[in-house]
Design a protein around this ligand. Sequence first.
Ligand code: ADP
Ligand code: MG
Length: 331
Amino acid sequence: METRVRCAVLALVFVLLCLSGCSGADRKQTDEFYGMGTLVTVTLYGEGRAAEDGFARVRALVAELEGLWSLNVETSDIARLNRSDGGIPDADERTVALLEKAQALCAATDGNFDVTLASLSALWQNCGDENRLPTDGEIADRLARVGTGRLELSGTAVGKPEGVTVDLGAIAKGEAVSLLIRLLDGTEGLTGGLVSMGSSIAVFGGKPDGKPFRVSVRDPKDGTKTVGTLTLLPGEVLSVSGDYERFVTIDGEPYHHILDPRTGYPSASGLSSVAVIAEDGATADALSTAFMVMGEKKTTDFRQSGAYAFEALLIRTDGTLAGTAGMPALE
Ligand code: ADP
Ligand code: MG
């Protein structure tokens, strides 16, 4: 009798193990699509149904955020703000929250991160199309329209001086990654996963094999190579900015897309790429851009000031590396 019971229990355990295995409770599934101007990659571990549902919710939220922040969507909060004379009364609360972060980051980085560089970015884009350098007068005119601190945020209203325009290109993807991880983390049926939006990436939960999530950092000089891989923990966002990402060519010379608000020209701080790990995606994204402009010394000073908690990996233009003390080692 006792043996029969033991056999039945063993058989039941076997069936349950098989069922969980057969149903693929830890199956890895991936979804890829274009959103917010970049390739979005979502990898989820868990039950098939939960993953499918997760993918759908991710796609919906990315579409929603694109509808709020894209310069190319006419009805977005940012496009409406930019077209307006003095601002808009009805921005989404997520837009206002992001602009608040942008203001704090602008002030903390001494204006090196500034979301109101939009008209200067547009000038460089036009000059690329016309194969000519901007004139000093054109640069001075665009720089006169810069100043994230001049945006007035109050409730759902965003006010701005005439001529000031906003481009969230250096902060929106990081914010989106954080919001997407928050959306997925804790979903029943999912044990872990990863969301990557071009230059920002974050993870939640764990992998079925118990190994940590690892991401590689590309070599700024050669897109087919990496400078190494590092471990990314749940709760962290990694953002990378680089002078190789996007640029215009004028007289055969590349002019990259990260602009120095002091000179109006692409940053030339001695850094070719910066990777930042922070808890908040918007912070990681914005700081990786800011440090490209600030260079190594100011970045180290900024770290010591303690204004924001982060770790950074700096890749100098000569290819050598530097990192803050707590930056995970590259392998
Ligand atoms: P990526 O878009 O490749 O992730 P970044 O996060 O570094 O790169 O953002 C670069 C974009 O941010 C530029 O294309 C431009 O729209 C905008 N930008 C450029 N310079 C600055 C700056 N100093 N501060 C804030 N935004 C910037
Ligand atoms: Mg950025």
